[in-house]
Design a protein around this ligand. Structure first.
Ligand code: GLU
Length: 465
């Protein structure tokens, strides 16, 4: 049987890395098994669902390369279908109208609590109990599912192992509200059945819903899918990952210069492992992904590790690709690259020195703009011993072949002539030309900055313009 998985987000707000991980695993499983991956937008909470949140989900999936084969389906467009299934369950006595008022429910609850019992609906409007009762006037009923009384609901969770719940623990779930709108658990079941989902891979905040969903599924004469409940993602300090606890939106990582390869790699390791593989690309991930590699223990989000992985993935990109990805970050940093060195060469030089593309763009500034070196730094680097030599270099730079090797040998020769160590010229050159002492090899930097700009910056800093 061909595998069919889905990502079924509710577009009700903020999408953080923990949320999108629930898309990554079903996507990877579908790809690994050459199956079908479906996007289903669970937008029945009309008050909290927004088109912007849906767009953010679609954009984040697109950025990460999580392409879907079917959908997006929208639950709001399937209301007629839920209604038809509800009517069918009503006709078969597997769902019923419940006229219990909120006040009566409160009363029931208080009584049960007083007796030390767990509060639950007592089934007073179940078909067998409602016979002969007249529905009270003025009460619009809700619709409940008639849960089986006896036996257990059990499933072999692909992550958590065998789970069994006694039916007497489950009360009759409201599957449609008084205004007829179906509830979450009901829509999910109808959709998972209609969409022929074979593997439900989702966050373990849904594990309590699963026995209810299995019962409804059985009432629809459908075979339940395989369930895999992913461990919760916790913050470094052990809270549930959430906006309140500092989680950032998925697309914020894109805007900060994380590459999708790194984010996918990082998310893959949040609750899944393949031996001791740490750095891998998406093709390796898909080839390796199986449900057996999912781990039940909570996963901890570690921003430092994500950054480290980003650096690793930046290092893996070839110069051309790295340059292409850096380009928009340079533009955003306000740099006009047209007159400066090729972005590809700048990227190649900075690749080992920045963990994100935004940091790289920041580090690239002096290639495109004259820096304003800190006078204190210049004073520290330039002294009576090296000032005249820097002047000589300024002259030599007017005529030498402008290539890294010649630049390097010219600087070294000048140092040797004046019995200086090469760094005694290289450091002031960095300060003058880059405005910082932290640069890649200075000969490589000068080559890219170019003859004119190098000499102009030296002249200005050495005060002999
Ligand atoms: N819509 C649910 C959520 O966003 C997920 C439903 C499911 O995966 O079954 O939490």
């Amino acid at each position: 049987m061909s595998v069919r998985t889905r990502f079924a987000p509710s577009p009700t707000g903020f999408l953080h890395l923990g949320n999108i991980r629930s898309a990554l695993f079903p996507w990877a499983y579908a790809r690994h098994r050459r199956g079908t991956f479906i996007l289903r937008i669970e937008d029945t909470d009309a008050e909290r669902s927004t088109p912007e949140a849906t767009q953010a989900i679609v954009d984040a999936m697109h950025w990460l390369g999580l392409d879907y084969d079917e959908g997006p389906y929208y639950q709001m467009q399937r209301m007629d279908r839920y209604r038809a299934v509800l009517d069918d369950l009503l006709a078969r006595g597997l769902a019923y109208r419940c006229y219990t008022t909120p006040e009566e429910l409160d009363e029931l609850r208080a009584e049960q609590m007083a007796r030390g019992e767990k509060p639950r609906y007592d089934g007073r409007w179940r078909p067998e109990n409602a016979q002969g009762k007249t529905p009270p006037e003025g009460v619009t009923p809700v619709y409940r599912f008639r849960n089986p009384d006896d036996g257990v609901v059990a499933w072999d969770d692909a992550v958590k192992g065998r789970i069994e719940i006694a039916n007497r623990e489950l009360d009759d779930l409201v599957i449609a509200r008084a205004d007829g709108t179906p509830t979450y658990n009901f829509c999910v079941v109808v959709d998972d059945v209609d969409m022929r989902i074979t593997h439900v891979i989702r966050g373990d905040d849904h594990v309590n819903n699963t026995p209810r969903q299995i019962n409804i599924m059985r009432a629809l004469a459908a075979t339940p899918p395989v369930y895999a409940h992913l461990p919760t993602v916790l913050t470094p300090t052990g809270e549930r990952l959430s906006k309140r606890h500092g989680a950032r939106g998925v697309l914020q990582y894109r805007d900060e210069g994380y590459v999708p390869e790194a984010v996918v790699n990082y998310l893959a390791r949040l609750g899944w492992a393949h031996g001791d593989a740490e750095v891998f690309d998406v093709d390796e991930f898909v080839a390796w992904f199986d449900l057996a590699g999912l781990t039940p223990s909570p996963a901890r989000f570690d921003p430092e590790k994500l950054k480290w992985l980003n650096h690793e993935h930046l290092k893996r990109l070839d110069d051309g690709e790295l340059g292409r990805r850096l380009q928009p970050f340079l533009a955003r940093a306000g740099l006009d690259v047209a007159g400066g060195p090729g972005v590809e060469r700048v990227a190649a030089l900075l690749r080992d020195r920045a963990a994100t593309l935004a940091e790289m763009a920041d580090a690239a500034r002096y290639f495109y703009e004259a820096p304003a070196p800190d006078p204190a730094m210049l004073a520290e680097q330039i002294n009576d011993a090296n000032r005249p030599v820097l002047g000589e270099l300024h002259n030599e730079f007017a005529t030498i072949d402008w290539a890294r090797a010649t630049l390097g040998s010219t600087i070294k020769a000048a140092a040797a002539r004046h019995k200086l160590k090469p760094p005694q010229l290289m450091m002031p050159l960095r300060a003058l030309v880059a405005g910082t002492l932290k640069t890649p090899a200075i000969d490589a930097v000068l080559e890219l900055v170019g003859r004119e700009a190098t000499r102009a910056r030296m002249a200005r800093g050495l005060d002999f313009e």
